[in-house]
Design a protein around this ligand. Structure first.
Ligand SMILES: [Mg+2]
Length: 242
């Protein structure tokens, strides 16, 4: 089937970010900033427990945001909860932008997005939906890419499943009315992005220094560097053929 939709990963694919290095710095800075602002003695374990609840498989239909806050706010007084919300907001305003230093633009990423748009693909940013939408858009800008390039962006406000659960991909297909056979998932992770194959989606594996090959969940139909990907899309190579 002709491919008309590209699902595209962000971290390690469009943005040079090593998630194993970035996450500890991010979590440590968040805990330090918010923990200090709200003086909640159990902030760190409470936050980490809420993250666990957010990424766990659920059957209750809750979004990642709902699952996170249900756990995070459990037992908190209303004022404490409000103080935390304010502290999270100022963290993302004041501290998060400084984490850009932990990342670098990915050579070719912007050319890839431009080439895909020129060739008429509809694109969904299929990034791990554990962040608020505006935080994902901020990282896209770090990558030099306008959020408007994407028809949809998965984020914690709307998603109910996480990579590598195939339901994460099925939810994208359903909500965007995309036929699995018309889509290609582009990503740097054989587990998280390769899991798209379990939803019937072809997978293009972006190799290079950010590639993650542990626990593969599916075989790529295409593999190569980001620069090779630009050429493949521009040249209409399979699976990007017309
Ligand atoms: Mg990635």
């Amino acid at each position: 089937m002709t491919k008309s939709h590209l699902l595209v990963d962000l971290d390690g694919t469009l943005l040079g970010l090593d998630i194993d290095r970035f996450l500890p710095v991010y979590l440590q800075q968040l805990a330090a900033f918010v923990g200090e602002a709200v003086r909640l003695p159990d902030f760190s374990p409470r936050f980490m427990s809420a993250v666990q609840a957010m990424v766990a498989s659920r059957t209750d239909g809750s979004t990642n945001e709902e699952a996170f806050y249900a756990r995070f706010r459990a037992g908190l007084a209303q004022e404490e909860s409000k103080a935390c919300d304010a502290a999270f907001s100022s963290f993302y305003e004041v501290v998060f932008p400084t984490l850009r230093q932990q990342t670098r633009p990915m050579p070719g990423a912007r050319d890839f997005v431009d080439a895909a748009r020129r060739r008429g693909y509809t694109m969904v940013l299929a990034t791990s939906p554990v962040f608020p939408r505006f935080v994902i858009e901020e990282r896209l800008r770090w990558a030099g890419i306008a959020p408007q390039a994407f028809e949809a962006i998965t984020s914690f406000e709307t998603c109910r499943y996480n990579k590598p659960d195939p339901k994460y991909y099925e939810e994208i297909l359903r909500s965007q009315a995309i036929d699995a056979g018309a889509a290609v998932m582009v990503g740097n992770d054989l587990r998280d992005d390769g899991a798209a194959t379990r939803a019937g989606i072809a997978f293009a594996f972006v190799e290079g220094s950010y590639a993650r090959e542990q626990d593969p969940q599916g075989s790529p139909v295409w593999r190569g560097s980001m620069l090779a990907l630009v050429r493949a899309v521009e040249g209409g190579e399979a699976p990007f053929a017309d």
